[in-house]
Design a binder for this molecule. Structure first.
Ligand SMILES: NC(=O)c1ccc[n+]([C@@H]2O[C@H](COP(=O)([O-])OP(=O)(O)OC[C@H]3O[C@@H](n4cnc5c(N)ncnc54)[C@H](O)[C@@H]3O)[C@@H](O)[C@H]2O)c1
Length: 330
């Protein structure tokens, strides 16, 4: 007999940082997961441990092209998330958000699947209210270097809500704030991974600006828990819903904490702030608290410990590879 609690779930961008953790969780919950990714920023290494599992399937596919599969739920995560990556090919970034959303929404409409969108706090731009709640419409520069990402994600939200109004598609839109954890890219310029790698290698820690700009950091496990809870809400709950950790830290505090935890001898280097970089970003998560009965439970030190362990392991493996290459004369 068919197990009705087992769903067929598509995860786009499933080989990325968040996507691979989401696939882990969904497979652990005994669902059948179809992960698609074009490996633009994701890696085979992020999902290699899942490949032998009969409830996990991988397909190399670019979400800017339509996809025809039978699924019950879709999590749309495909999109490079760090400025270095999304600014490398900005036209492709916008296409991924916009064409990608059209493709997953078209699929959801055809197969009557529920569809989740990984939106972002970047839709608020450089906000002039603090903290940001979902009712705030944002302050985004439409022609700046970040616009390919910010406006792409804003347009994706528009598409999600129009598919709901026009075609009755069951949507869930999460606005994700800064998240960190194992499997972040080591060199993508995101602040937590950057600082950890610099600290572990005793290089100077780069702070853009004077370090007083604040960020809130959510540990990946807390975020994934909220994704699943949002997907499980009644049809009337669509979002957009802020998901993140509201505890604020200055960039300076983060750098100092990482230096202490890694026992690093790194010093701090200050560089000019890039254009359009928001000075303050903090989620108001009242809506998520109420609708999902959720709030983050992993404190920064605990999450950093796991993330530092991951990067330390990664750097050791890299060093071992380099030394074996040097010894083999390669
Ligand atoms: N990590 C965060 O703090 C954060 C914050 C806000 C929003 N988000 C959103 O969450 C999602 C996942 O972010 P992440 O941090 O895991 O980033 P990531 O770069 O690690 O993952 C994105 C994945 O999407 C894949 N991808 C990119 N373009 C694609 C395409 N055209 N077709 C198929 N696959 C494609 C990449 O190869 C990668 O595996 C993104 O949509 C991002 O905008 C993340």
């Amino acid at each position: 007999m068919k197990d009705l609690s087992r769903k067929r779930i598509l995860v786009t961008g499933g080989a990325g940082f968040l996507g691979s953790h989401l696939c882990d969780r969904l497979v652990a919950e005994k669902h059948d997961v179809l992960c698609i990714d074009n490996f633009y920023t994701g890696t085979k290494g992020n999902i290699s441990h899942l490949l032998g599992n009969s409830h996990f399937e991988f397909m190399r596919h670019d979400i800017t092209f339509p996809l025809y599969v039978e699924v019950d739920e879709i999590y749309n995560l495909a999109c490079p998330a760090s400025p270095i990556h999304y600014q490398f090919d900005p036209v492709q970034t916008t296409k991924t958000s916009v064409h990608g959303s059209i493709n997953v929404l078209g699929l959801a409409k055809r197969v009557k699947a529920k569809v989740f969108q990984a939106s972002t706090s970047e839709v608020y731009g450089d906000p002039d209210i603090h903290p940001q709640s979902e009712s705030y419409w944002g302050r985004v520069n439409p022609v700046g270097l970040r616009a390919c990402y910010d406006e792409g994600k804003r347009c994706a939200e528009t598409l999600f809500f129009d598919y709901r109004r026009q075609h009755g598609v069951n949507i869930k839109v999460a606005r994700i704030f800064n998240t960190y954890g194992p499997r972040m890219h080591p060199n993508d310029g995101r602040v937590v991974s950057n600082f950890i790698v610099q600290a572990l290698t005793d290089q100077p820690i780069t702070i853009y600006g004077d370090g007083t700009q604040t960020r809130s950091f959510c540990y990946v496990d807390d975020l994934i828990e909220a994704f699943l809870r949002l997907m499980d809400t009644p049809d009337s709950v669509t979002g957009p819903m802020n998901i993140g950790n509201p505890t604020e830290f200055t960039i300076q505090q983060l750098a100092e904490l990482i230096i202490t935890m890694t026992k690093s001898s790194s010093r701090i280097d200050y560089k000019p702030l890039p254009s359009d970089d928001p000075t303050q970003r903090q989620p108001d998560i009242a809506y998520a608290r109420e609708a999902l009965d959720w709030e983050p439970s992993v404190v920064l030190e605990e999450g950093l410990e796991k993330t530092i362990a991951h990067f330390s392991d990664l750097l050791k493996k890299k060093a071992a590879q380099e030394s074996s290459l040097a010894h083999s004369g390669g």
